[in-house]
Design a protein around this ligand. Sequence first.
Ligand code: SAM
Length: 392
Amino acid sequence: MTSSLLRDEADRVYLEEWTAGRRSCIWQFNALYWSALDLWEKATGRGYEQALPGGESDARNRTAAADLIGELMAIWDRLDKVNALPEELYVVELGVGNGNQAKVFLDEFREMDVRHGRGYYERLHYLMCDYSAHVLELARETVADHSERVSTLALDATKPRTALSFLRGKVFLVYISNVYDNLPTDEVAQLGGRTYQVQTRAYLPDEKAAELAESVSITVEKLPGLVDKLLRLGPGLLVDACPANFSGLDAAVRFWQDIWGALRLEERYVPLEGLDTYQVTETLTGEVLRPMLESGTDVRMHVNNGAVASFDDTLTLLHPYGKLVCHDLFVTDVDGYHTTFRGPGKYDGSVVNWVNGPLLSHIGRRRGFDIHLEPFRHRGGNIVTMTAQLRD
Ligand SMILES: C[S@@+](CC[C@H](N)C(=O)[O-])C[C@H]1O[C@@H](n2cnc3c(N)ncnc32)[C@H](O)[C@@H]1O
């Protein structure tokens, strides 16, 4: 982010230069939301789950958890029969939120294990992973009853292998819900036979910027610099760094929420010179986008760079009989991009974009996995479940 004020004829106060969607400062806002969730929720009086599709997380659904655990136990029984079941039974969850999913899973698992009678609970290692230390602490408290079976790991979900490489080929279940839609993404478009990248830049409408600057006793010119400080320090340290601008923590949190509420994105289309020159992730080039971009009609779609990197990395962690299960807002075919706006949008202080299901499926299949996308079975609504399992 720049600290200088940029303006153009449109009377907007810019918070950054033109950039690819995944590099926009909106992702710093997103990370700040999860790291200072307690402050945000205290100010709004609402928990983050109320902003999720349908007002609660499908991660809490007991029947869904029981189905999954039943499948796992059946696989373990079969492996055990031929002496191929490892002693340690690993389950990884990425992006744990308040830990409710982990709790439902672990409660259900313990009960089913008693009925099943094979002692799998004692061998279970449930790894809760998130990039927010605050969220991990919340989740740890939620599953305190299972503390012997649970570890927490601070990691970036876009690079799970950096912290989890010791689990390569060992994980029986990777569970992810409402996280891929929350990871940084670019957008690309195919228009009239040419490929474009959609670049964005965050701005505040002039009038709103003037109000916000006045509320913290600075000039509009200084506003982008103060926003930059907020994103680097968080509201708590911002009060210490700028006592002349904030009377206390509540004022700094209000400033954060007001800036986020006013922030908008401007966009432009920049020609992409060859898909092979565009890096989707460190290891995948834009060539993986070709089947969707060249499907016949003009289209604009998400690249979901963060989700693609996460997914690609995660597949390497799976045991040959392991499974990845992901509940999220998936677009299930390219046509889905023709009909409806798919983000970026705001969920309270966080960012949401629908996830490009055909792209993830294409990448998974190239890696030798069967990929299925189907509407979440246990509740109506927009949520789709993606599963990935090594092809027989
Ligand atoms: C919308 S919440 C979903 C929480 C929970 N899975 C559920 O369904 O209720 C998104 C979670 O992903 C985490 N998250 C977002 N981006 C992340 C990243 N790059 N690395 C690790 N965790 C991330 C957030 O901290 C938050 O806990």
